[in-house]
Every structure is written in C-alpha cells, then in structure tokens.
Design a protein around this ligand. Structure first.
Ligand SMILES: O=C(COP(=O)(O)O)[C@H](O)[C@H](O)COP(=O)(O)O
Ligand SMILES: [Mg+2]
Length: 416
C-alpha cells in the first residue's frame, strides 16, 4: 500500500509515450497556488485522484493516474494513460479531460487548448464516413470550394417559401441548401414536408442544370426522434443530414454517426453554442479541441469560422482547418465550413486564407443581394470562379453583373 497525494501527479521528467493522450491546458492558478500545485490538482482530479490523500495499491496509482509533465508559462501538459478511457465513448473521455477540473477552486481559470490523440483512442472511433470527399462523391464541385446557403429569415418561412428560396439558390450555382440551426420541426415549416418538398425541388434542379445538388436538413432533436429523422432523410433520397452537435450532445452525435453509416448519409455539423466553451481565451474548451472531438465522432463537415472575415468572433480558423485536413491515424479528413457574415466581396481573401478544400456558406450574403436570391447565388459562384482563376473580383465583375451589384452593395467589408 502507498499513499496517493497531489505530488504523485506531477513529474517534470516524464516523457509521454505514444499511447498516452496528451492534453495542453492553459491555467490561471488561484492566488495561493503555485503552478506546480495547481497542475498536480488538474492531473489528479481529471484521472483517479481526489482532495484527500488515499491509501491504495501502488499499481492503481501508476496505471491510471495522469501526469502533469510539462510547464511553460501558464501552459501545462498532462499525459493520460489510454487505460483510463473507455473505448469509443466521447462522453467518458470528456468527463475526464474537460470535467470537474473546469470548476476547481485551485484554478481561477482553465482552458483545454489542444489534444494529441493516440491511435489507441482514435481507433475506437469511426471518424468521418466521407469528409472532404463529399465535393466529388456526393456533389460536382471538383476542386473548388463547395458553396452552401441558408435561407433567411432563419425561422418563420413557410415550407413553400423555404423550398422556393432553396430552388433559386441551387439554380444560381450553390451546391447545398442548408437549414438554419434553430429550424427543426416547427408548425410553420414541418420537418417531413420540408424534407420531401426540398428534395423534390433538388431533383428538378439537378435535371435542369446537370449538376448534383443536395440538402442539409436539420435533424436535431431528442436522440430517438433524431434517428427517426435520419431514417426519413434516407427514405426520401437525401444525401446529408445536419446536426447541432453541441446542443444535442456527443452521445447523440455518436448515435447519429452509426445510423448514417447504415444509409450512406454525410453529416454536416453546426456548432451553435460552441462559444459557451470557447469564447473566453483563458477558460473553457478551445474550438480546436471541439473540432478534434467532432472528427473522432465522425462528422463530415464542421463550421470552423471565417479567419476573421465574417460576423462572429475570431479564432484560429487556419490552424483548426490544417488539423482537420491533416493525418490523424488514418481517420478521414473533415471538410471545414466557413460561415457567418460572408458575402461575395470577401471570397477572394477567404480562399487566400483557407484554401479551396472548404465549404463557403452564405445566408444574408446571398439573400440580401439587391436582385434577390438567384442573383445572390450567382454572385457567390462568380466570386469563387474569379478567385480560382486568379482574377481580381472588381475586374471579373466588369462582365458579371450579379457580382458587380454585390460589390456595389457590400464592397469588401467584414460585417459586425
Ligand atoms: O446562419 C448562419 C450564417 O448566416 P449568415 O451567412 O447570414 O451570417 C450560421 O448559422 C452561423 O453564422 C454559424 O456560424 P459559425 O459558422 O461561426 O458557427
Ligand atoms: Mg445560422
């Protein structure tokens, strides 16, 4: 028997091995705490320790205890043994690495900034079924960014109006119609009517324009209901579902991912409520980690911001997108979605900042076009084509009237 105390969770000499989950936190220790004291409490509470000294078999301590092993300024590194984690359970992992420690008195603030995921953990998760390949497997976008639009007003349109807006946008050149995060199954626009009528319109447009189109229908609901909605999407011939991944929760996301595998459906992840975790730069869970978790759970698209060119608070969009595109023990890459305040006049800078393996999503930047949705969609497509051809937007606009009108209205401003 040996005693476990906080000091047992601190070892500056420890070198994480390839099976450890290595997490980087930034912490503000409480006034009376040294960095070491705070770091050891973080490692203890997030693995197998508690506030009181315990008397246990030495093996239990060494096998399941996390180790605070790095300290650099206010950043600490904590290594977790893989055996601490249940295979394939994102809720269980988060109850460790982003659980009680978020509210500890030992720290005034703590933020989970980044994780290095070992194969022993990633192999318990499916990862994306399609990821970036949706551009070619489900759509005809080739190597250009996928273009998507969300009808506005975000809720309140009747089913007919919603479908009409979608049809105009598809015909104008966007690939994907998307529901907004708070449109699900309300009386003014019931889920199944909207699904059936939107997909019927999609089929008509595809026939006429000769390009594949699809619909990101928001299936978000209580989990069993959500799975039924996923089945309905497959029955009606849809290729994608959209899920509000934070508000419905990780366990529900895992269930949806399983069901989508049965039907060959791709998952568009909307991140509404993420800012409750990631907006503070000194506390919470970073968007980078939320994106990592989402990839493990198997979403195909995820919103990662606009590199400062849109309406929402800024974050490290290029860094997150690089991670989503990069290798992660063979999991498919995820397609990052840039959304929030985008319009044709910022598309050139967006592609410069984020490359072409992205989805560009615009709501107001299409439907707010002075000549309406069809012209707005054309302008977004023209801005994308111009950027890929390396032609300045103003020059391209000389013989593309819809883009010219959009640039007259919004210029290159980034909205607030
Ligand atoms: O409705 C929109 C965009 O509409 P618009 O194009 O009219 O601004 C999206 O839900 C949010 O912007 C998502 O933001 P994020 O991608 O940051 O989660
Ligand atoms: Mg929205």
């Amino acid at each position: 028997m040996t005693g476990i105390e906080y000091d047992d969770f601190l070892n500056r000499e420890y070198e994480p091995d390839s099976t450890d989950l290595v997490c980087t936190f930034s912490i503000d220790p409480a006034e009376d705490m040294s960095m070491e004291a705070a770091a050891s409490r973080v490692a203890s509470e997030s693995s197998n320790g508690t506030w009181a000294a315990l008397h246990v078999d030495e093996d239990e301590l060494t096998h399941l205890g996390a180790v605070a092993c790095g300290m650099d300024g206010n950043e600490i590194t904590v290594a977790y043994p893989a055996e601490l984690f249940e295979v394939g359970s994102m809720p269980q992992i988060l109850s460790c690495i982003a659980g009680n420690i978020m509210g500890m008195k030992a720290v005034d603030a703590i933020r989970l900034e980044d994780c290095e995921w070992p194969k022993s953990i990633t192999s318990g998760f499916p990862g994306p079924q399609f990821g970036t390949s949706v551009a070619r497997e489900k759509l005809d976008a080739g190597d250009r960014p996928i273009l998507a639009t969300v009808p506005k007003p975000k809720v309140g349109l009747s089913t007919d109006a919603h479908v009409r807006v979608g049809e105009e946008a598809w015909r104008g050149g966007v690939d994907l119609l998307k529901d907004d995060e708070n449109l699900t199954d309300q009386d003014f626009n019931p889920f199944e009517d909207r699904l059936a009528e939107s997909l019927a319109a999609r089929d008509r447009v595809e026939e006429d324009v000769g390009e594949r189109k699809d619909y990101l229908v928001n299936v978000t609901a209580e989990t069993n209901e959500m799975l039924e909605r996923v089945d309905l999407v497959a029955e009606h011939g849809g290729g994608f579902v959209m899920v509000d991944i934070i508000t419905c929760g990780w366990s529900a996301v895992q269930s949806v991912r399983d069901r989508c595998q049965d039907h060959g459906l791709a998952i568009h992840a909307h991140r509404a409520m993420h800012a409750a975790f990631d907006r503070m730069d000194h506390h919470g869970v970073s968007m980078r980690v939320i994106a990592q978790i989402s990839r493990l759970c198997g979403v195909d698209h995820i919103h990662t911001g606009t590199a400062g060119l849109g309406k929402l608070a800024n974050e490290d969009t290029p860094g997150i997108n690089d991670w989503l595109h990069g290798d992660c023990h063979g999991l498919n890459p995820v397609l990052p979605v840039a959304s929030g305040g985008l319009h044709p006049g910022v598309v050139d800078r967006l592609i410069d900042a984020l490359g072409t393996d992205i989805c560009i999503q615009a709501g107001g930047g299409i439907h707010g076009h002075p000549d309406g949705t069809h012209a707005g969609a054309k302008a977004l497509r023209q801005a994308t084509d111009a950027s890929l051809e390396g032609v300045p937007l103003e020059e391209y606009a000389q013989d593309h009237a819809e883009l010219a009108t959009a640039l007259d209205k919004w210029g290159a401003e980034t909205p607030r």
